[in-house]
Design a protein around this ligand. Sequence first.
Ligand code: EPU
Length: 430
Amino acid sequence: MIKYWIEGGGKLNGSVAISGAKNAAVAILPATLLVNGTCRIENVPDISDVRLLLEILSNMGARIRRLGRNTLEIDCSHVRNVTAPIELVRRIRASYYLIGVQLGRFGHARVAMPGGCNFGVRPIDQHIKGFEAMGATVEQAGGYVCADAPEGGLLGGHVYLDIVSVGATMNILLAAVLSGGLTIIENCAKEPHIVDLANFLNAMGAKVSGAGTDIIKVRGVRQLRGGFYTIIPDQIEAGTYMTAAAAVGGNVLVENVIPKHLDCITAKLREMGARVTEYDDSIRVESSRRLRRANVKTMPYPGFPTDMQPQIAVCMALAEGTSLVTEGIYDNRFRYTGEINRMGASIQVESKTAVIDGVRQLHGCEVRACDLRAGAAMVIAALCAEGTTVIEDADYIERGYEDIVGKLTGLGAKIRRTEDRSAPAEESVG
Ligand code: EPU
C-alpha cells in the first residue's frame, strides 16, 4: 500500500509539465493489437494503468520496447488471440477495449468483465449493442464476455447510442476499423481522447471520420500498418493542477496542454475568482484570495468533466458561500466527501447533488483514497489543510497521475511517499 504524507499550508509556485492523456493511452495501447507492424508512440504516460495494459499486451505476444520514459515501440504482428489473465483484467476497466480489438482482429473475444466499480453500476450494454449491430453474437456468462463475429469477420453496422458513452464509442470504433463495411455511430461521445484514438487509427491507415462530433463514420480497411503517433496531453491531469493552484493559492504555469480542452475548467475557476491566463500550449493559474462560491454540473464533453468533480468540490469546500455540485454521469461519485468532511469540510450529499458550505480552514488527518480522482481531491485538500494529512491507498492516484509526488514537490509542496509492500494494495478499476 502506498501512502502520501502531506504537510499543508504552503503556496504552490513554479511550473509543471503535463503528461500524455491516460484515457487516450488506455485505448491506443489495445488498439496496437489491430496493427500489423510496429507502432512508435510518444507521450505515453508512465502510470500504473499503462503498465498493466502493457503486461496484458505482452502476454498476448506483443513485442514492446521502451525507448525512454514516455516512448514505446509496440509490434503486434505476431500476437495470439488468448484470453487475458483475469487478475490483470479485473484491475483495469479499460480492459473492455480488448473485446473490440480482439473481435475486430480475430473475430472472437473472450474477456473477463472489468472489476467491481467504485461509483455505481457501470454496464457495457451500449458496447454490446454496437458489436451486435456489426453482426457479432455476444454472450455474458461466468464473469466473461464472449463475442463472435460472423463467418468472414464483422460487417459494417449502424448504431445509435442510448447513452453518450466514452467507452462504447471507442470500443465500437475499435471493432469497426477492420470490418467489412461502413459503420456509423450516432450520439457518440466527443471527448478529446476519442479524437485522439481516431487520429491514431487514421495514422496507421484506418478510415475514420467525424470524431469529435455526434456522428462517427468508420469505413473498414483490410489491414493497418505501423506508424508514429504522439498522444495528446491529459486534460484531467492539467485540470487537477489548475484546481490545486486555485485552491491552495500561488502562481502555477501548467505546461504542455491544449487550452481548448480546458475551457470549461478555465471558465469555472475564473468564475470562482482565480486569475487564469491562456497561452498557446500552457495556462497560468494565480490565486491569492479566498475563492467565491459556484455551481457545477458534470456532463459529457464539452461539459464539465465528471473526472474533475472531486477536485473542484475541494475548491468549493474552502470557498465563500454555498456551492452545489451535481453529478450528471455516475450514480454514486460522492463517496470521497465523507473523507473531506473528516478534514473539516461541510458537504452534504442529497441524491446526485452535493451541497457544499465553504469553510475557512481544513485540518490534516488520516484519509483513504477511494478512487483515482477522489485521491487527487484529497491531495488538494491536504495541501490546503493545516497540519499533516496521511492519504492511504494512494495506489489509486498512481493509476492515473505520472510522478505526482515529484511534480508537486517541484511546485514547493511538502509531500512524501511511502510504500508498504506487505500491505495489500487496492483492487482497482477506472
Ligand atoms: N453506461 C451505460 N452503458 C454502457 C456504457 C456506459 O449505461 O454501455 C453509462 C455508465 O454507467 C455511466 C455513463 O454511461 O453512467 C458514462 O459512462 P462512459 O461509458 O462514458 O464511461 P467509461 O467509458 O466507463 C470513461 C473513463 C472514465 C470517465 C468516463 C466519463 C476510461 C478508461 N474511463 O469511462 O475515467 O469517468 O469515461 O468521462 O476511459 C477516470 O479517469 O478517473 C475515469 C473514471
